[in-house]
Each structure stands twice: as structure tokens, then as C-alpha cells.
Design a protein around this ligand. Structure first.
Ligand SMILES: [Cu+2]
Length: 165
């Protein structure tokens, strides 16, 4: 039995070597032509625990033109996972900034924002998950969640939040 098997392999190997002009790893080329169901074993596992929901979950809901949050009081140094859902039909952005009345203008507020999720990521029906931890300086700052698009903000897309140490 062994001899026959060996013989078959040797003959096979010789055929292949002859066929492709004497390249050494002839044996490894044989199984390649018949990949027998090895694929499913490679795929599963390793994808589930990677989800980055380490922080306290905060559900932020955007509408046309509203903003709501499951939490409005936060603590410095604590990681939060913001799950921002746009239930409206229009694109919105989500920002954590000083109020526009304090910053001076929509642009000024945006420039000094602690966190910005641009509107190209928050089209109608979109959901974005962001990890964010408030720095020490946030505790002494007046802050709000907002959409800083003209009219949206004035229509009410702002929500005062409190950050404590
Ligand atoms: Cu908006």
C-alpha cells in the first residue's frame, strides 16, 4: 500500500515537474487544483467582540429639525459611546460645542467644537457611532449638542448639556 501511494506521488510529482519545467514545490501545487471545503473554517469568529461599544451608551436622535439625547449630564474622563441616529429626511451634522450665543457665530462654534460628525455621514436614516471622552476643560465650559446648519440650529437643533468633574 505505502509503496503504491509513494509511487503514485512520485509519478505525479514527476509529471508536474516535467510539465512546468522543474520547479521544486511540485507537491504543494496538487491540492491547489481541488480546494475541498476549507473555506468555511476560515471565516467565523473574531468579528463579534471587536464592536467598539466600551463606553456608556448615549442615544442621540436627530430629526427635521430636532435633537434629543438619552443623557444630558456627563462626567469628565468617562468614555461615552454616542449612537447618533438621523430619523429625519434631511442631512444633519452633530456637534458638541459652545452655544452659538457664546461662540459668536455658527462657524465660530464649529471651529472650537469638541466633537464634529459632518453631515455627509448623517444623511436621512443614517446612524453613526462615535466614542468620546470629555476632557477636564469641558467641565468649566458651557456646552450643547447641536446641528450647526443655518436654520436647523435656529429651529431648535440644540440641546444644553452639563459636564461635571
Ligand atoms: Cu440639521
Amino acid at each position: 500500500m505505502k509503496r503504491i501511494t509513494l509511487l503514485v506521488i512520485v509519478v505525479f510529482a514527476m509529471l508536474i515537474v516535467a510539465a512546468c519545467g522543474a520547479s521544486a514545490p511540485a507537491e504543494t501545487e496538487v491540492p491547489v487544483s481541488q480546494p475541498v471545503a476549507t473555506e468555511p473554517a476560515v471565516q467565523p469568529a473574531a468579528t463579534e467582540p471587536v464592536a467598539a461599544t466600551n463606553g456608556t451608551e448615549v442615544e442621540v436622535t436627530l430629526g427635521d429639525n430636532t435633537i434629543d439625547s438619552s443623557l444630558t449630564t456627563f462626567q469628565v474622563g468617562v468614555p461615552y459611546t454616542f449612537i447618533i441616529t438621523n430619523k429625519g429626511n434631511h442631512a444633519h451634522n452633530f456637534n458638541i460645542t459652545q452655544p452659538v450665543s457664546v461662540a459668536g457665530s455658527l462657524d465660530a462654534a464649529l471651529q472650537n467644537a469638541l466633537l464634529v460628525v459632518p453631515k455627509n455621514e448623517l444623511g436621512g436614516g443614517a446612524q453613526v457611532t462615535v466614542e468620546y471622552t470629555f476632557p477636564d476643560t469641558a467641565a468649566s465650559t458651557q456646552l450643547e449638542f447641536s446641528c450647526l446648519i443655518t436654520r436647523h440650529y435656529e429651529d431648535g437643533m440644540k440641546l444644553a448639556v452639563t459636564v461635571t468633574k
